[in-house]
Design a protein around this ligand. Sequence first.
Ligand code: PRP
Length: 190
Amino acid sequence: MTNKIAERVSRVLFSAEQIRIRAHAIGEQIAVDYADGAAKDLQRRPPLLVCVLHGALVFMADLAREIPTEVEYDFISVSSYGNGTSPGAVRLVKDLERPIEGRDVLIVEDIVDTGYTIDYLRRGFAARRPASIRICSLIDKVARRETEVQVDYVGFPLEENAFIVGYGMDYQELYRNLPFIGVLKPEYIK
Ligand code: PRP
């Protein structure tokens, strides 16, 4: 069966194969960076990958399988208020299930855009006294940044301000299941 939603994309920005290659490289790098002696957790527990729902779900699943060492998972969900009255305001929808004190926390995102979400998460996590916090994002939309954030692992920097969907990213909750990242045709944007 042909992919009915892939036909609604005008341009593929990052193919499934390109993403797989980057995820593999980042996974290997993470394994090296958190190897014995490099990790900060005094109890030597594995790094805790924190998936920021819902967009990072697909990347997290693939990235985790490219890390050839022990990791643990947890999930968090946040939402931007998006009402225009308080730009950058972020709300916690679902918190982590376990404490992160003393842990090496690696936040996994699909995209860093304005940076407000990552800034909110990093500040909130820092207050819980983890051993370390790092950020991994598949896409780093640098041109849109409104607050300074350091992204430690980047899949692809994106200079153009294209509206992208696929591989976890949505338009009105659709297109997350596209296996690649692309630009939606204008006629499908309401
Ligand atoms: C997206 C993305 C990041 C955030 C980045 O989430 O997954 O979490 O926006 O934007 P920022 O850098 O401007 O804060 P979204 O709110 O669209 O929810 P979703 O993950 O459920 O798609």
